[in-house]
Every structure is written in C-alpha cells, then in structure tokens.
Ligand binder design. Structure first.
Ligand SMILES: NC(=O)c1ccc[n+]([C@@H]2O[C@H](COP(=O)([O-])OP(=O)(O)OC[C@H]3O[C@@H](n4cnc5c(N)ncnc54)[C@H](O)[C@@H]3O)[C@@H](O)[C@H]2O)c1
Ligand SMILES: [Zn+2]
Length: 372
C-alpha cells in the first residue's frame, strides 16, 4: 500500500475519512481494527464482487485477527428491495452484531445503499464501513450518507441519512469493473466539474480517457477531486435542504429516462446522467441562462469518452414529451406541480431553478427530439 490520500468529511460527531489509494483492500484488517472492538464483522457484497474480491478481504481481516462472515446477494438494482433488506437484516441479527460493531459494504452503489440502510435500522443503528468497488460508488454513492432501497413506487423512496465510519476507496478494485460501468461512473466525475469546478472539467477534457482506461494517477486525481467536491457540499448541507441539490445536475432528466427504459441494462444510471447533463445545458441555453455553444462542448467531451449524449439509441422506448414531463413531476424533486431543475450559467456554475414551467420543459423536449 502506498500512502493513501485522505479526504475528511467534517460532520462533527458523524465525521469520517475517505481513504483513496492502491492496496487498501489487502490492508483492510489493520485499517478497520479501531472500528471493530469485538474483532467481529459481517461483509455484505454481491455475486460479481465476491468472485473477484471477497477472498482478499476475508484474508485481510483474518490477518488482523478479525472474525468475519459474509452475505453474498444477487448483483443488480433489484437487490435494493424490501426482500433483500429482510434477508440482510436477518443475517446481521443472526450474526449477533451489536451497536458497537461495524458491517462492511463491499460493492457498488447497490450494496452500499442497501447495507447503509440496514445498518441504520438494525438495533436503531450499528456501525458501517464502505469499501466501494465501482467508480460511481467511489466518487458518489459511498460518500455523503444517503442510504435506501427502491419500491414499486420508484427509486430510493425508502431510506435514511446515515454516515459510514470510514470509506476505503481502493483504486485497484476498478480493474475488474467492466468498461461500460467505468464510463458510466465517469459521468458522475464529470458532474463535479460541470456543477462547480470549470478547471476540473478542463482537466478532464485532457485526462478523461486516461481516467476511464484506469491510469492510476489520472484515476487518483479524479476520485480525490470528486470526493473533495462531494464532501464539501455534504458538510454544508447534509440533509439536502439547499446546496446539496446541485449534485442532482442532469438527474431530473436522467431519472425520467431511466424510468422510461425500466431501469434496465438498456441505459445505466451514469449513461442517463450523461444525457441528462447535456439536456440540462441545452435547456439552460434555451432559457437564456447560459451562452450558446456550452452544451455542445459538454456533449463533445462526454461523447469522446464513450458516453451517450442524446436519446437516439433509446428513442423507441421513450413516451412523448408531455408524458416525460409528467414522470419528472412525480420525481421527488418536484414540488407543488412546478418542476425543480438544476440549471447552469456556465460550465462550473450550476444553480437550483425552482418553479420551472412544465410547458417550457415539454417544448424543450420536443425540440430536443427534433434536433437529433
Ligand atoms: N447513496 C447515494 O448518494 C447514491 C449516489 C449515486 C448513486 N446511488 C445508487 O447507486 C446505485 C448504482 O451504483 P453502481 O453503479 O455502483 O451499481 P452496482 O452496485 O449495481 O454495480 C454495477 C455492476 O458492477 C458490478 N461490480 C461492482 N464492482 C465491481 C468490480 N470491482 N468488478 C467487477 N464488477 C463489479 C456489480 O456486481 C454490478 O453488476 C443505484 O442504485 C443508485 O441509486 C446512490
Ligand atoms: Zn447519479
């Protein structure tokens, strides 16, 4: 293990560190010792991650004298469900974990969100640690304490704010991640540049391909910058009453696209976010908030690294614009029938726009389809 980078999430009594580096998994036993006073834990993971990385973690814990058992859940979004929550809670209780113990979430956002939520309700809260294994989880879902599951009414509608006690982002784990998943996670990296840091976006325009290809220095820089950006926003607004909403740049459009494509492999979350961010820039241009040509620059970069930037490939799955706008209205970010969007003045300058007129959205979506 080379010395990891450390990002501190300064939330007072709920403060924690994110360690970012190589070889953290093999050192996990020593790194986690302080959180495991009874030398006992449970690892929660999915089938894909277990195949590649579970044995390494188990050996690392054993080497530090920590006794572990594991729960291996099916991979995929459907695991963020009531039934998996029940299975997981049963396992955690059967393992006799107590409040001072800590559970380990080893996986992507699905495992992190589910395990975090289970940890928040077991005995009214037991400790938990995140070892994110996707780029998306390392730069986004493992940081900030949003946990939850999906229901038939929509995604993430049941959950809690519950911070982990440590995040270990081991960049070596990304080597086994399929390229399409790496690109999807990259959309959330680009998001931090687009919403608040134009210099970072410019850096990504030069180094983005290296990040997706897995070049260590490029990935380290990208993950660290992203975690610092997210941590700063979370510290300012832990429960999303204001500024944290900026992290939803592109997400109102994205959620509607994901709903229309059934949260399937047709469109991964990060791919939907890439399209949604371009739409947010185009919509901002149309409303006169942002200089013409900005959206094209954003689209050119995301396309260059292999992300979709328009709805052409999924057009036949999309309902008409009025229906898409209605889906957006049902998204939890809508209030009082008016729509809330994250719009932009420029690259690196996002803002919350409340009271966006639904007709303007429909007109934009109609034009956006015609443009393609
Ligand atoms: N809590 C938050 O703040 C937050 C933020 C963003 C997204 N999310 C949630 O995160 C979820 C998406 O996360 P995700 O993109 O990580 O998806 P995921 O957890 O489903 O992982 C994607 C796929 O990659 C596989 N995988 C994971 N790590 C791997 C590795 N190292 N090697 C090989 N395969 C690996 C998984 O088995 C899965 O098939 C969504 O449910 C979303 O709602 C939460
Ligand atoms: Zn997202």
């Amino acid at each position: 293990m080379t010395d990891p980078k450390r990002v501190h999430v300064d939330l007072g009594s709920r403060a924690y560190d994110i360690l970012i580096g190589r070889g953290l998994l093999t050192e996990a036993g020593h790194l986690l010792l302080a959180m495991m006073p009874r030398r006992k834990t449970m690892i929660v993971t999915d089938e894909n991650v277990a195949r590649h990385h579970l044995a390494t973690l188990e050996a690392a814990l054993a080497a530090a004298g920590i006794d572990s058992s594991s729960v291996v859940l099916p991979a995929g979004e459907t695991t963020k469900s009531f039934s998996s929550l029940e299975t997981l809670c049963d396992s955690l209780l059967a393992a006799e974990l107590e409040r001072k113990d800590a559970v380990i979430a080893l996986g992507g956002g699905v495992i992190g969100d589910l395990t975090g939520f289970a940890s928040s309700i077991i005995r009214r809260g037991i400790g938990f640690v995140q070892i994110p294994t996707t780029l998306l989880a390392q730069v986004d879902s493992s940081v900030g304490g949003k946990t939850g599951i999906n229901t038939r009414h929509g995604k993430n509608l049941i959950g809690s704010f519950y911070q982990p006690s440590l995040v270990l982002a081991d960049l070596e784990l990304l080597h086994t991640l399929p390229l399409r998943e790496r690109a999807a996670g990259y959309a959330e990296v680009a998001k931090y540049g687009l919403l608040g840091d134009s210099e970072f976006f410019s850096w990504l325009e030069t180094h983005g391909e290296a990040v997706i290809a897995g070049d260590h220095h490029a990935v380290l820089q990208a993950v660290e910058t992203s975690c610092r950006a997210k941590a700063a926003i979370v510290v300012e607004d832990e429960t999303e009453t204001g500024r944290r909403a900026l992290l939803n740049l592109g997400h109102t459009f994205a959620h509607a696209l994901e709903a229309a494509t059934g949260y399937s492999q047709l469109l991964l979350h990060g791919e939907a976010v890439a399209i949604g961010m371009v739409q947010a820039f185009r919509f901002s241009e149309k409303l006169g908030h942002c200089a013409t040509g900005t959206a094209n620059r954003v689209a050119a970069h995301l396309k260059h690294v292999g992300l979709p930037v328009d709805t052409k490939a999924i057009a036949k799955h999309l309902p008409p614009p009025a229906r898409m706008a209605a889906i957006m209205r049902q998204d939890k970010k809508a209030s009082g029938g008016r729509l809330t969007f994250i719009l932009v003045h420029a690259i690196g300058a996002a803002f919350v726009a409340k009271n966006v007129d639904e007709d303007a959205v429909i007109e934009f979506l109609t034009q956006d389809l015609e443009r393609q």
